[in-house]
Write a protein that binds this ligand. Sequence first.
Ligand SMILES: N[C@@H](CCC(=O)N[C@@H](CS)C(=O)NCC(=O)O)C(=O)O
Length: 238
Amino acid sequence: MIEVYFWPTPNGHKITIFLEEAGIDYRVVPVNIAKGDQFKPDFLKIAPNNRMPAIIDYAPKDGGAPVSVFESGAILLYLAEKSGQYIPADIRGRMKTLEWLFWQVGGLGPIAGQTHHFNAYIDEKIPYAISRFVNETNRLYGVLDRQLAGKDFIAGEYSIADMATYPWTLSFDRQGQNPEDFPNVLRWQSAIKARPAVMASYAKGEAYRSANYKMSEEDKKVLFGQTAASVKASSGTP
Ligand SMILES: N[C@@H](CCC(=O)N[C@@H](CS)C(=O)NCC(=O)O)C(=O)O
């Protein structure tokens, strides 16, 4: 059984999509990031970066003690290796999948996250920050669209690269993008959206936070005011 420390955000959904697709038994432990659950000492023991998602695998492949994993890319890779699914076994297919997984966790995710921040979440409008992140997000969609030309999925077969990327492509408005500019992304997105496992992941996420959730001023204080001092305070370090 896998315990998933989860909140229904793009990074959270990557993991529940995998678990639903692979039919792995899992239990959700909600981490309400707008209320500060990411700073709780028990969560920090498995997620030292104060961010969800994280997992605990109570039945690891080696039969040993439970294994905890943080960072969505590492979790997807761990689950793919555990189950032997959604990553090709051959070295070329495997590397292609890992390239695009890393592209998402090091590129589209952090950049689109900053785009959401400057373009949609904060009241202060900073033109340079907005154009910098909207443009870079636009470039990344251009890269993704080109990669998907003539292909059903990012690395050829449906894989952890698609599971990592899809949840970040559901907010074109917030990202200041015109979806019509990316026809291959739209085709791929519709195919993934229609997968029963993906629908189940999002339906289950609704139990924790509605899809129409709007960030309150209180939530922003928790999410946007963090420094090294918050890390120190949460770990109880003097
Ligand atoms: N690189 C991390 C990013 C995780 C991340 O940013 N999670 C966000 C939600 S999508 C979070 O926990 N935010 C809490 C906060 O900002 O305090 C990963 O891929 O797992």
